[in-house]
Design a protein around this ligand. Structure first.
Ligand SMILES: *Cc1c(COP(=O)(O)O)cnc(C)c1O
Length: 395
């Protein structure tokens, strides 16, 4: 009796067909550094402006704002720090609950915890791999009581202060629907746009829908500053406060050290910003290459039974940061075998993050029905997605 219809050899062959043959190991996502990186870094070294002050930080912030269409961008040390400050900026405080997907990278939940707040896990949608606004709406209808215009969790009595959708692997969540939910329940919207630089929802850049949003420039993201992140906002006051809080909250003075908040040393060093400026110059080209790679994967994988190559939702133009194969429900038990075969061949592939509500630190946190996340956790396989792999393909 045939257990299932999955032809593992066909999948492996199709993926190998897309990838370069001469390489022994193909990473999931590696940096692509072919522009002005050397020139700008050399300038930092030659001038001595390597640390917390210098022109590249200002330029990187200006270029980021321009690229995303956000009024302001504040560069910080990493995406997790960006998220931490975003949550502070919308007033997330001790014992507030913050709605986040269970299917996300650990940083989303950690940032909530740094504020003394409580992650409240919500389910994801099959068409975006991100937070499901419709399901969230019906859930909130059940669990929320409104007092003085604010939302409280009936069960815990805690204020539900914010929601942090994450644009999974670069694919935007349905932001129009989510914005409506936020307005209905008076909940602040903070986007975790760490994976979605260069991704658009209905022609508007992700990270510009929330009151504040976080980007990441870690080594595995679409562009990198070594380590780095940024806060996006259209609100001038919040932008100023973000800069202040991330630079030790020092009151400007020629010689005195006066600080007026408990601030953070989260500023991005100039040398990292120099990398960022060079990388940002190439981003449009990177996105073309990544979209071309995704198209090529789709061509090779679309006719194979038992799997689906994940494509951007109708309303989106995605950066295709990490490409995804979804196993059909009948084939879930073959996931690890497929991972083993591909990794043994030097083709780096991996499953999605362990759902956060299962981790020891978050096991007791409130959560809704997470059936779609649980299914996706078993279905998702990420396949190599570096910019360089799209070099020879056309979008
Ligand atoms: C990368 C990432 C972050 C931030 O990571 P850093 O390594 O701190 O820059 C946050 N959330 C998600 C979903 C990410 O993928």
């Amino acid at each position: 009796m045939r257990r299932n219809s999955l032809d593992l050899t066909a999948i492996v062959d199709a993926i190998e067909e897309v990838l370069p043959r001469e390489q022994e190991f193909i990473a999931l996502h590696e940096p692509y550094l072919v522009g002005n990186e050397w020139t700008y870094i050399k300038e930092c070294l030659d001038t001595g402006w390597v640390s917390s002050v210098g022109k590249f930080v200002d330029k990187f912030e200006k270029d980021l704002a321009e690229y995303t269409g956000s009024k302001h961008a504040i560069a910080v040390v990493n995406g997790t720090a960006a998220l931490h400050i975003c949550l502070k900026l919308v007033g997330v405080a001790e014992n507030d609950e913050v709605l986040i997907p269970s299917l996300t990278f650990i940083a989303t939940a950690n940032a909530v915890s740094y504020c003394g707040a409580i992650p409240h896990f919500v389910d994801s949608a099959i068409n975006t791999l991100g937070l499901d606004p419709k399901k969230l709406d019906s859930y909130l209808q059940e669990i929320i009581v409104m007092k003085n215009g604010f939302s409280y969790n009936k069960e815990t009595g805690n204020r539900i202060k914010a929601v942090v959708p994450m644009h999974t692997f670069g694919h935007p969540v349905d932001l129009d629907l989510l914005v409506n939910v936020c307005e209905k329940y008076n909940i602040e919207l903070v986007e975790d746009a760490a994976e979605s630089l260069g991704s658009y929802y209905k022609n508007q850049h992700t990270g510009t829908f929330g009151k504040v949003s976080a980007l990441s420039f870690n080594g595995n993201k679409i562009i990198t500053t070594g380590g780095g992140g940024a806060i996006l906002t259209n609100d001038e006051k919040l932008a100023k406060l973000a800069k202040h809080l991330t630079t030790t909250a020092k009151v400007p003075h020629r010689w005195e050290f006066v600080h007026d908040h408990i601030g953070y040393n989260y500023r991005l060093p100039n040398i990292n910003a120099a990398l960022g400026c060079a990388q940002l110059e190439k981003l449009a080209d990177y996105i073309n290459k990544k979209r071309a790679l995704a198209k090529r994967y789709d061509e090779m994988l679309k006719d194979i039974d038992g799997i689906t190559f994940f494509k951007e939702p109708d309303f989106a133009k995605s950066n295709y940061w990490l490409n995804v194969i979804l196993l059909d429900e009948a084939n879930l038990e073959l996931r690890d075998m497929l991972l083993r075969i591909l990794n043994d061949k030097g083709i780096m592939t991996r499953p999605v993050w362990t759902l956060l509500h299962k981790l020891p630190m978050f096991r007791e946190c409130p959560k809704m029905d997470l059936s779609t996340s649980k299914l996706l956790e078993k279905q998702i396989i990420n396949i190599p997605s570096s910019v360089v792999l799209g070099d020879s393909y056309n979008a």
